[in-house]
Design a protein around this ligand. Structure first.
Ligand code: FAD
Length: 332
């Protein structure tokens, strides 16, 4: 069987990369790419083969995500939300919940988005209140990618004890669930929306798990590592255009720092700055033709800009500001 990295490389070269511009400009439906990835079991990339997955270990999954993102960021960002929820169901769902949902999630027959909203420290923006037969959701999830391409939404909401209740919500608009598209500088094909909940009822059997904030925080470094693969993917796309060389060596160093996870926030900041610098150089090298709407250099530069805030955390933001404008972060 083709190994996972070889398979990701082949799909990036044959399917994702050739259509990246058309996906970006809206000429090709992103869902077609997702169908191909589902067919090749990337929806359950980290699940064992007996659960319908590819059995990728964490570092293989991270490298595969980078390669796929190098082919098409929008596709891989959307897939990543599903994989996060699938991992949650596999790792923390009760046996009956896993039995009901995991086969569909693993195959991509059931596709999920993610709203980490209630897991973000500080005052809750999304609350889950016990109601007869289930829960009531109130609040807003500002960033939810994949809307219209997913069947369910794995949503983190804060319960009455300030714990994080993860619920699998039907991804359907209703008078109590309204969505608003986010227009961004790049990756609009991800169909990222803000979801507003107003007394939205979710049945009790849709509860995946309840976690404390400390339990959630324990998984954060790995989430940051995997999201770093999207940043590296954009950088990788630019490095290809620049012909490799010293650029490739720097990409490898960024990856090694992320993999080491010694200071994941610093590694993310370094990767983010590198992606912007590499994409900027690709625009300069591409000259006039590189800034046309369907050209790769300008798309990569916009995507690198987006990656400066996607999956950001205060320490990553501070690290980026220190690299981009030394001295300004501490002066604020
Ligand atoms: C294109 C795009 C698509 C996205 N898609 C999704 C998606 O599908 N699902 C989803 O849940 N999120 C998604 N996000 C949100 C993303 O993961 C980050 O939460 C977001 O980029 C942080 O944006 P913000 O600066 O507006 O902070 P806010 O979301 O407003 O958060 C406020 C503060 O909390 C910090 N913060 C955010 N998340 C955490 C956390 N988990 N732990 C600790 N601190 C945190 C931020 O750094 C910020 O300082 C997406 C973001 C972008 C730009």
């Amino acid at each position: 069987m083709e190994d996972i990295v070889t398979l990701a490389t082949r799909l990036a070269e044959e399917v994702l990369s050739p259509h990246a511009s058309a996906v970006d400009t809206g000429e090709r439906d992103l869902a077609r790419n997702l169908d191909v990835l589902a067919e090749h079991r990337f929806y359950g990339a980290m699940l064992p083969p007996e659960a319908g997955g590819l059995g990728a270990d964490p570092s293989t999954a991270a490298l595969a995500a980078e390669i796929l993102a190098g082919g098409c960021l929008s596709t891989t960002l959307t897939l990543g939300q599903h994989q996060g929820i699938t991992g949650l169901v596999a790792g923390q769902g009760a046996p009956h919940f896993r039995e009901r949902w995991l086969p569909g999630l693993a195959s991509g027959r059931v596709r999920s988005g993610a709203a980490f909203t209630g897991a973000i420290p500080g005052p809750p923006r999304l609350r889950a209140t016990a109601a007869p037969g289930g829960y009531r959701l109130d609040g807003a999830a500002p960033w939810v990618s994949g809307w219209g391409m997913v069947h369910v939404l794995g949503a983190a909401a804060r319960d009455e004890d300030d714990r994080i209740a993860w619920l699998l919500v039907d991804a359907e608009e209703a008078p109590t669930l309204r969505v608003r598209p986010q227009q961004m500088l790049a990756a609009n094909a991800t169909r990222t929306v803000t979801v507003e909940f107003e007394g939205h009822f979710v049945p009790a059997d849709r509860l995946v798990t309840v976690a404390t904030q400390a339990e959630h925080a324990a998984g954060e470094p790995f989430t940051k590592r995997l999201n770093g693969s999207l940043v590296l993917g954009v950088a990788r796309g630019a490095v290809e255009l620049l012909g490799g060389g010293a650029w490739r060596a720097e990409l490898d160093e960024c990856r090694a720092e992320l993999d080491a996870m010694a200071d994941i926030d610093a590694a993310r900041a370094r990767a983010g700055e590198f992606a912007v610098r590499a994409a900027t150089a690709a625009v300069v090298e591409g000259a006039g033709r590189g800034v046309l709407a369907d050209a790769a250099p300008q798309r990569l530069l916009r995507e690198a800009g987006l990656m400066l805030v996607f999956s950001s955390r205060p320490a990553i933001q501070a690290g980026l500001l220190e690299r981009l404008a030394p001295g300004t972060a501490s002066a604020q």
